[in-house]
Design a protein around this ligand. Structure first.
Ligand code: AMP
Ligand code: ZN
Length: 473
């Protein structure tokens, strides 16, 4: 098939034509969440833009297999193998076991994804499912001379590689400074850039999850999980590996080092990285205490899909600053857009020529390094153009396969909600009148029963000086 998608490949530092290993098929891997806390909306920006990439690939005709890991072990608070274990930190904070924490936050992650219309990858694999695969890969790396044991841990020996800093034109010194803030030097390492494949001696004796291994009881390093999980499901050759820009170093650099040393050949051809979402004080992060979540946006009455639109309006390779002002404007624009589409008259014949013309323009925008804001502009252009409503509606439905903004369903849902609200209001007002009458006749038992009946339906009533008020509980 025609390979018409271009996007920025971090490995070659250029916008490149995407050509998969196998014609028409794409093997795609995404670094999944570390499930020790809720995902913040910065994390979710990465997953929204990766979802856009996957859906674009499908839209233009590729058969995609996408795999994602769940990090439920081994991710330390500094990506350079030091600091606290993130899962243990979550467990201590909430007085739960690590596995309880992992289950709770994995479910919360997928619930957020659903609200943002992010498709669940074809395969989702928790790291704790794959301990034998990690041990196998580490054993092979030791046999091949790429790994060594020191002080009870197994390290990858970066000096054995021809090129370690595959992604960056930064100097070794600069990169290490970035990673080693607040880090004590690990005396066991032969080279500063070496990293842990398996821990048996870590700083925390209270590590909850531990497994038998040829090197003693311990647990895997973080990087090894993505190499093993991707190979388990996608084989020895991968087309696209995704993540946020903070994953470039050391995580993805180390994934490449160990995977290619293990395989003896090139592993993944395209690396897709999404820039960060920042708040006014800088990069959003889970360790900052109060952070922005989908639930927080919902509690402020924002539709999560509006946040998706906010992300799509900006290019994935640009840092994006979050603000409620912009989200408010986006919310108003979204309501107007879905009302416009929802009130189109669907009867009539689709104009095939116009449909093809706009579909082509829409695809061209996405194929141009995923220009999602241009794709949305084409949607607006299309709605303004001379063509019948049925064609416009069909195009909006088609574009939504990629944009996933509920373009054709949101308006009807809102109207249905309004109808339900109107019915509920009529019911509650009638009950309030009935209660008033009961009280007048001094039938307090009946009045109380009415209050209880409403409460059972989630309605709270309050007697105030201005009369009876009601609200949803
Ligand atoms: P974590 O759960 O910390 O492993 O991160 C999950 C994903 O979110 C990774 O791909 C990170 O690169 C990405 N990420 C972390 N912080 C941000 C941010 N502020 N903006 C966008 N993506 C982020
Ligand atoms: Zn990863």
């Amino acid at each position: 098939m025609e390979n018409k998608l271009f996007f920025y490949n971090t490995l070659t530092r250029t916008v490149e034509r995407f050509v998969p290993n196998e014609d028409g098929k794409v093997a795609m891997y995404t670094c999944g969440p570390t499930v020790y806390h809720f995902a913040h909306i910065g994390n979710l920006r990465s997953y929204i833009m990766e979802d856009l990439l996957e859906k674009t690939l499908r839209y233009i005709g590729y058969d995609v297999k996408r795999v994602m890991n769940i990090t439920d072990v081994g991710h330390l608070s500094s990506d350079a193998d030091t600091g606290e274990d993130k899962m243990l930190k979550g467990a201590k904070r909430e007085h739960k076991t690590v596995m309880e924490i992992a289950k709770f936050y994995t479910d919360a992650f997928f619930s957020d994804c659903k609200k943002l219309n992010i498709k669940t990858p074809d395969v989702v694999e928790p790291a704790t499912n794959c301990i034998s695969e990690f041990i196998h890969m580490i054993t092979k790396l030791i046999e091949k001379g790429f790994a060594y044991e020191a002080g009870g841990n197994i390290y990858f020996d970066t000096s054995k590689l021809e090129e370690y800093y595959v992604f960056s034109n930064q100097s070794e010194k600069e990169l290490l400074v970035g990673v080693r803030d607040d880090v004590d030097e690990d005396e066991n390492k032969r080279n500063k850039s070496d990293f842990v494949l398996w821990f048996t001696k870590s700083k925390f004796d209270d590590q909850e999850l531990k497994w038998e291994s040829p090197w003693g009881i311990g647990y895997p390093g973080w990087h090894i999980e993505c190499s093993c999980i991707s190979m388990k499901h996608l084989g020895e050759y991968m087309d696209i590996h995704c993540g946020g820009v903070d994953n470039i170093f050391p995580h993805h650099t180390n994934e490449i080092a160990q995977s290619e040393s293990y395989l003896g050949h090139k592993w993944c051809n395209y690396w897709f990285h999404v820039h960060h979402l920042n708040d006014k004080s800088g990069k959003m992060s889970k360790s900052k205490g109060d952070f922005l979540t989908v639930s927080l946006l919902e509690s402020k009455n924002y539709n999560p899909v509006v946040y998706r639109m906010f992300c799509l309006q900006s290019h994935y390779r640009k840092p994006l600053e979050f603000s409620y002002e912009v989200l408010d404007n986006m919310s108003a624009a979204y309501d107007k857009l879905v009302r416009r589409i929802g009130t189109l008259n669907r009867d009539g014949e689709i104009d095939g020529k116009k449909f093809a013309e706009y579909r082509e323009r829409f695809e061209a925008a996405l194929c141009d390094d995923l220009n999602s804001s241009m794709a949305i502009t084409i949607l607006y252009d299309m709605l303004k153009d001379e063509m019948n409503d049925a064609t416009k509606y069909a195009l909006a439905e088609s574009f939504d396969e990629v944009l996933s903004l509920d373009l054709t369903t949101a308006h009807a849902m809102k109207e249905a909600d309004k109808e339900v609200d109107a019915e509920l209001e009529a019911f509650v007002l009638a009950k309030i009148e009935e209660r008033k009458a009961a009280k007048k006749e001094k039938d307090f038992a009946k009045a109380d029963a009415i209050r209880a009946e409403l409460l059972a339906k989630g309605i709270v009533i309050e007697d105030t000086r201005e009369g009876v008020k009601w609200k949803k509980a």
